[in-house]
Design a protein around this ligand. Structure first.
Ligand SMILES: Nc1ncnc2c1ncn2[C@@H]1O[C@H](COP(=O)(O)OP(=O)(O)OP(=O)(O)O)[C@@H](O)[C@H]1O
Ligand SMILES: [Mg+2]
Length: 310
């Protein structure tokens, strides 16, 4: 449904987007992760036909954002990272304006606005001036605006920025609902743990380059340099730490003892993990628990990116 093909966008000597390619299937939620200045907004604006690439192209449902902008616009809803100011307009009028811009007329337009207000929970605020809305409500309205023409693809640029925890959860639920509905969603964020829960797939970008792309699970295992393990024993934790170090003479083991738990990092697969556990038990230690500590996207992000800015 979405494809970036060798996408480039330069601003003078700044390579905002530098040869990015990937595809997003129908009904997928794709997380676009990267530090400030990575090129997320630039890529999304090109997809939304608001900017043109220096080289390469972006496609929505097979239509080129460069050569077929009208068809792309009909199929796509874009939620920008900044909400413009619109004095003297209330929520209903705001949505109605965008519905008109998309060519909806009469009852169809009324129904579309009503549906969107219901979905985003804005119906109770229909007559409220939008300049008086809180950040969370503005975000809802912005999402509503992106949805009003019932697009099959949604591009959301940091929709969760500045939201309180409840509003984040509600947004996540709305996005999930949209995906179940068959919409393809591309969402950018710095909030990685949050994306892990709603995304089928993530792409990590930095300095305009795509560093990694894949499912959340794939990324976590592929990019993990080693396994972070934790073993908890009933007693003699320091001896266990020593045993682990002395039984792995070939590699550097980082061992940390926290109470009865021993955290360690080893480059190993499941077979080696099973062998280690057997060894511990055979050595007479009372192992209460043994397992891989959950990796999260934060860690993957830190492993992959270098913190370079431009
Ligand atoms: N109109 C512009 N003129 C000049 N440089 C630009 C322009 N738009 C973006 N850039 C530069 O392109 C790079 C990528 O910017 P972009 O806004 O796409 O990053 P981002 O990943 O969205 O960052 P953030 O997380 O801060 O929103 C930055 O170095 C930025 O300064
Ligand atoms: Mg941005």
């Amino acid at each position: 449904m979405i494809e970036l093909r060798r996408l480039h966008r330069f601003f003078g000597s700044t390579r905002a987007v530098n040869d990015i390619s990937f595809e997003i299937e129908k009904g997928q939620v794709f997380g676009f992760i990267g530090p400030n200045g990575a090129g997320k907004t630039t890529s999304m604006r090109i997809l939304a036909t608001l900017d043109l690439p220096s080289y390469g192209d972006a496609f929505v449902d097979g239509f080129s954002a460069v050569n077929d902008a009208e068809r792309v616009k009909r199929r796509l809803g874009f939620m920008p990272d900044a909400f413009g100011t619109y004095p003297d307009v209330n929520c209903r009028e705001y949505l109605d304006f965008f519905a008109r811009a998309y060519g909806l007329v009469g009852r169809e337009r009324m129904k579309a606005c009503q549906h969107v207000m219901g979905f985003t929970g804005l119906d109770v605020l229909a007559t409220k001036p939008i300049n008086g809305l809180s950040k969370g409500m503005k975000q809802r309205l912005c999402l509503g605006r992106a949805l009003v023409h019932d697009p099959s693809v949604l591009i959301l640029d940091e929709p969760a920025a500045g939201l309180d925890p409840r509003a984040r959860i509600e947004l996540r639920e709305m996005i999930r609902e949209l995906a179940v509905d068959g919409k393809t969603v591309m969402i950018s964020s710095h909030i990685l743990t949050e994306l892990a829960e709603i995304c089928d797939c993530v792409g990590i970008v930095e300095r305009g380059e795509l560093l990694a792309v894949g499912s959340v699970a794939e990324m976590e295992s592929r990019l993990a340099k080693s396994a972070s393990m934790r073993v908890t024993v009933l007693d003699r934790a320091p001896q266990v730490a020593e045993w682990i170090t002395s039984n792995n003479p070939d590699c550097k083991v980082k061992v940390k003892v926290i109470g009865n738990a021993i955290d360690f990092e080893l480059p190993m697969d499941q077979r080696s993990q099973a062998k280690l556990l057997r060894g511990l038990i055979e050595a007479g230690f009372d192992v209460a628990s043994f397992g891989v500590v959950d990796r999260n996207l934060e860690e993957v992000f830190l492993n992959v990116t270098k913190g370079r800015v431009q």
